[in-house]
Design a protein around this ligand. Structure first.
Ligand code: NAP
Length: 297
């Protein structure tokens, strides 16, 4: 039976990975208290104790704006410790599955970004995630790095949950409409990861970086409009007005186009995630089921 070690177990992705890998083997899931990526020795100890066949690293410093004022901590967690995880994985012959971001690109291309396109992060978070990719590659063990984008889930901190709250509190929301990307559910990403690992490809052939996002693309304003169109409520939702990013200044700059091409993933493993609208509908369904259970209990 295979043993899977999931790091970042309480995050959006870590939570969904535990569900997606249920039944695939033995699962050991560590949160920050059990394995702190800002403390590399604790990471080595946790991996040596677990002796996994596969490490799924869903832990990361994900506060994109805060990273601008905490670059050293973000670099340790996102840039350096992934290399430590890769070293430990290599020593025990484990596969490292790691996640990276669309923010390694500068957004200047008009088409979806491929894995061969030049990287040029616009913000500290993107720089640290790129450093993480490189530190894993330098170790030279087997790895899969999945770059993804605009992650959402029925739980955790994300745009979906923020919109569901603000859309009821306010009458009008001004949302950026000149940044394009692919909202991707943590659930679809987790199921996609399991499908890749079950595809039966030899690791020597497939080790590398792949883009893995839900299909389609939209803007933040378009994402908000879809949320309000699909989510059921008694009270009317806020109206959405599109604004340029220049009218919504944030500490971190973000790319104008961060849509990723998933063609390499499809060609290598035959895996493609559903459209972001389908994934959004599923997340909303999960939320509504949870709410109905809470009301009836
Ligand atoms: N969210 C996005 O929009 C997005 C977009 C592109 C790529 N990604 C990538 O996708 C992956 C999963 O992200 P996510 O959306 O699931 O993020 P998330 O919900 O913010 O979860 C990140 C997890 O990492 C944990 N963590 C933070 N610092 C840690 C540390 N020092 N040691 C151990 N754990 C630590 C957090 O722990 P606590 O629960 O204790 O805070 C949290 O559980 C990450 O690699 C991220 O960079 C995310």
């Amino acid at each position: 039976m295979k043993r899977f070690l999931i790091l970042g177990a309480h995050g959006q992705l870590g939570h969904e990975l535990q569900a997606a890998f249920f039944g695939a083997g033995e699962i050991i899931a560590h949160n920050r208290a059990a394995c702190d990526l800002s403390d590399p020795p604790s990471v080595r100890t946790a991996i040596r104790a677990a002796q996994p066949d596969v490490i799924l690293n869903a832990a990361a410093y994900t506060a994109v704006d805060r990273a601008e004022s905490e670059p050293e901590l973000a670099m340790r967690i996102n840039g350096e410790t992934p290399g430590v995880i890769a070293e430990e994985a290599k020593k025990i012959g484990a596969l490292l599955v790691h996640y990276s971001t669309d923010y390694v690109f500068d957004g200047s291309k008009n088409k979806p970004w491929t894995e061969d396109d030049p990287v040029n992060p616009l913000n500290v978070y993107g720089e640290t995630k790129l450093a993480g990719e490189r530190s894993i590659q330098q170790v030279g063990g087997p790895f899969l790095i999945f770059r993804t984008s605009w992650v959402f889930a029925p739980h955790g901190q994300n745009f979906l949950r923020t919109m569901l709250r603000l859309g009821q509190e306010r009458e009008e929301l001004k949302i950026v409409n000149d940044q394009r990307g692919a909202p991707t559910s943590a659930s679809a990403l987790s199921v996609g990861t399991r499908s890749v690992l079950m595809a039966g490809r030899s690791l020597d052939e497939v080790t590398g970086i792949y883009h893995m996002t839900c299909a389609g693309e939209t803007t933040w304003a378009g994402f908000a409009q879809s949320i309000f169109a699909k989510a059921h409520t008694d009270k009317p939702w806020a109206s959405v007005s599109g604004i340029p990013a220049s009218q919504y200044p944030t500490p971190a700059r973000r790319p104008a186009n961060s849509v990723l091409s998933n063609a390499k993933l499809k060609a290598a493993f035959g895996v493609a995630l559903p459209s972001w609208e389908t994934a959004l509908g599923e997340a909303l369904q999960t939320l509504e089921t949870q709410q109905a259970r809470t009301l009836s209990s």
